[in-house]
Design a binder for this molecule. Structure first.
Ligand SMILES: [Zn+2]
Length: 288
């Protein structure tokens, strides 16, 4: 499958029918790779970053930023992993809902919404600015410490006003539909959420398993291909860098050891592939 004009990529995991849905693909200004990566890995000297960026450019499309949400059909169930940006933030963001609609899936059909963590690209699509839930029938699942972190008065007080405002308007409304988990939990047949902490305090991933087939969705445990050779470089987005790095090493090694098909939220669409051992770290073999 070469061209993906609709930003939707279907894949089956045994009985589980999945759609990888691009919430958007944001262009990176030509030649801005190094500058952008330099902002993200601000503690890494430029002379170390440069060859890493070159290495990355040889392997993947670095002309865009990617946001890969996932819908899972398990029997009659419709499980959505993250809500994307949602409408009304920017015209070119938040394509998840219209793309679901194109597939004949209405927001009301989503019975389970897994919110992997409290960053805007994952949660802003949960509600509009009036607090109306986008997926009104869905049970919303989140890791307990993640909910507690983002809703703590101390967290909100430290945040810029516009970020705190977005949390209040678009995250807090899910409270009435919220199920918090604090241990590995099978939330639907063949769909298990697991703790992958460090990117945020209660960041989670998923393992799908059906008829002997498996798919690991490790979400934001890794963002850039270049991190595969520099597992300790802390990206700006990781709130607990040491824990994030330990989690990254653990889950990547597990993916290699168990030869797992893996989905990464921010890797080039559809973000599916396998990690392989390469040099001191890992390489990435995209599926499509
Ligand atoms: Zn993200």
């Amino acid at each position: 499958m070469s061209e993906q004009p609709r930003g939707v990529y279907p894949i089956k995991v045994g009985q589980l029918e999945c759609l990888i849905i691009s919430d958007m693909q944001l262009p990176v200004e030509p030649g801005a790779d190094l500058e952008q990566v330099g902002r993200i890995f601000s503690t890494v000297p430029l002379e170390d970053l440069k060859p890493a960026v070159d290495w990355q450019m040889q392997r993947v499309d670095t002309t865009k930023l990617f946001f890969n949400c996932m819908l899972i059909k398990s029997g009659e169930r419709h499980i959505l992993v993250d809500a994307g940006y949602g409408p009304g933030v920017r015209d070119d963001l938040g394509l998840l809902l219209p793309r679901l609609a194109e597939q004949g899936i209405a927001a009301e059909q989503i019975d389970t919404l897994v919110l992997t963590h409290g960053h805007g690209d994952h949660f802003l699509g949960l509600a509009n600015d009036d607090g109306d839930l986008t997926f009104p029938k869905a049970r919303h699942i989140m890791w307990k410490s993640e909910w507690e972190h983002w809703t703590a008065k101390s967290t909100l007080a430290e945040m810029a006003d516009d970020r705190a405002d977005r949390i209040v308007k678009r995250l807090l409304p899910i409270q009435s539909k919220l199920t918090l988990v604090d241990e590995e939990t099978e939330i639907a047949p063949g769909v298990t959420v697991m703790s992958l902490p460090g990117h945020t305090p209660g960041h989670i991933g998923l393992m799908l398993e059906s008829e002997g087939e498996r798919l690991l969705n490790l979400l934001d445990s890794v963002h850039y291909i270049l991190q595969l050779q520099h597992l300790d470089w802390p990206p700006l987005m990781d709130s607990l860098p040491e824990q994030a790095s330990a989690t990254r090493k653990m889950i990547l090694q597990r993916a290699v050891d168990e030869d797992l098909l893996t989905l990464v939220f921010h890797f080039p669409f559809p973000g599916l592939g396998k990690f392989v051992a390469e040099g001191e770290g890992y390489g990435w073999k995209p599926l499509a």
